[in-house]
Design a protein around this ligand. Structure first.
Ligand SMILES: [Fe+2]
Length: 199
């Protein structure tokens, strides 16, 4: 049974950068829905296994891919937010790694902004490390599950679905991104980065 992650902050404290009504709907309605769906689908798999009936395997696999990734991405997104603006910085080790893989830190920031602004339809932008390729990358994910890499470890996850910003920012993605940067928790990003080398 999968459960929603417990928040380490009171979401009202994310204001004015992230409106609390918008957060409430995002967390308690949408994220809850994806979590419930995931548990329901896992149960359907178990029922099919018990009945030795796999006629629905194709639609079940698609729903599993959509909802499991929605659950994981939202968990990681809410985890990498903090109500304490500019509390932390990226570690020197991670910045040096970024400089090596992205030419320069400025190029990394520009690429991140371009990926965020130019997402096609509902989706996500994730900065992470691909273990097999041994490379830091910024990827765009369409919906919750398309364009995912098989051996990619997320370090920073940003929700670019309209439901993540429309209520407060309307169609102004630029302003959403600018304000979101104030509440990103780089300590979480550093910890995720350090954990890569422990596994
Ligand atoms: Fe979302």
């Amino acid at each position: 049974m999968y459960t929603m992650i417990k928040l380490k902050y009171n979401y009202k404290d994310l204001e004015p950068y992230y409106n609390s009504d918008m957060f409430n709907y995002h967390y308690n309605v949408l994220y809850k829905g994806y979590t419930d769906n995931l548990n329901k689908i896992i149960n359907e798999f178990d029922v099919d296994r018990k009945n030795d009936n796999f006629n629905n395997i194709q639609s079940l696999s698609k729903r599993f891919s959509f909802n499991s990734n929605a659950y994981i991405l939202h968990s990681l997104f809410f985890e990498n937010l903090t109500p304490m603006p500019n509390k932390t910085l990226l570690s020197t080790e991670l910045v040096n790694h970024i400089k090596k893989d992205f030419v320069s830190y400025d190029a990394f920031i520009d690429e991140l902004n371009a990926a965020l602004l130019n997402i096609e339809g509902p989706g996500w932008v994730v900065f992470g490390y691909d273990k097999f390729l041994d490379k830091l990358l910024i990827i765009q994910i369409e919906k919750h599950q398309e364009l995912i890499l098989i051996d990619f470890i997320p370090l920073l996850v940003i929700d670019m679905w309209e439901h993540s910003y429309y209520l407060q920012y309307n169609t102004d993605k630029k302003e959403y991104i600018r304000n979101l940067f104030y509440i990103l928790d780089f300590e979480v990003v550093n910890n995720r980065y350090n954990n890569i080398y422990l596994t």
